[in-house]
Design a binder for this molecule. Structure first.
Ligand code: SF4
Length: 207
């Protein structure tokens, strides 16, 4: 059991749009950056949502069948570097991979002298780095929400623009009475999701 807790906004299993292969996604809670147009504004506040033991969570996620690894998104994972490092190390020890979405650039992360940040980076296999910039939004480049963001496989090779395939990049999930989505839609054009949500509510008589 770890003494450090990870503040988690949400968790989803078996996502196909948050990195290569089928992955569990952990959205951490808390982000100081507040990029205009961020698709996850509910994850910005630094308030406890689910406080979880990162080692225990890592073991649970590593056991999820038919997944190749986890993706940490947010919120800002590097604001909880120590807890994320413990989670990432636990998942990697079990033979699975770790991908991270961060608002920091890779240079900023590498230059940071906080040991927990470097520990977390060492346990990361793939990173999508840089803040969301509304004016540079791109809707169909896999894993990036705006074109300033960069994708790095931390085994040495950086993915080039041409290698980022255009693919369907949104998943809608119906879970009991809740309809949610993840992926990379145009955050300014989600009226279709609202319409879908109204039909869903009507069909399921949810008030
Ligand atoms: S860094 Fe990410 S989570 Fe934070 S505001 Fe920007 S897009 Fe949203």
């Amino acid at each position: 059991m770890s003494e450090i807790l990870l503040n988690v906004a949400d968790i989803r299993h078996h996502s196909h749009v948050n990195g290569p292969g089928v992955r569990s996604v952990v959205w951490v809670q808390g982000c100081r950056r507040r990029c205009p147009g961020c698709i996850n504004p509910h994850t910005h506040a630094h308030e406890p949502v689910k406080l979880l033991d990162p080692q225990q969570l890592g073991r649970q996620l590593a056991e999820v069948r038919d997944t190749v690894g986890i993706t940490l998104s947010g919120g800002e994972p590097f604001e909880q570097a120590e807890a994320c490092a413990i989670l990432a190390e636990t998942v990697k020890k079990a033979g699975k991979t770790v991908m991270v979405f961060t608002g920091f650039s890779l240079d900023e992360i590498r230059a940071c002298d906080e040991p927990a940040v470097q520990r977390f980076l060492r346990a990361t296999d793939l990173i999508v780095a840089g803040p969301y910039v509304q004016e540079l939004k791109c809707e169909s480049k896999m894993w990036r929400a705006s074109s300033n963001q960069t994708v790095h496989f931390l085994n040495g090779s950086e993915v080039t623009e041409d290698e980022l395939l255009d693919t369907p990049v949104i998943e809608v999930q119906a879970d009991g009475g809740t309809l949610s989505y993840t992926g990379f839609p145009d955050p300014e054009d989600l009226t279709w999701f609202d319409r879908l949500g109204s039909c869903w509510h009507e069909r399921n008589r949810i008030s």
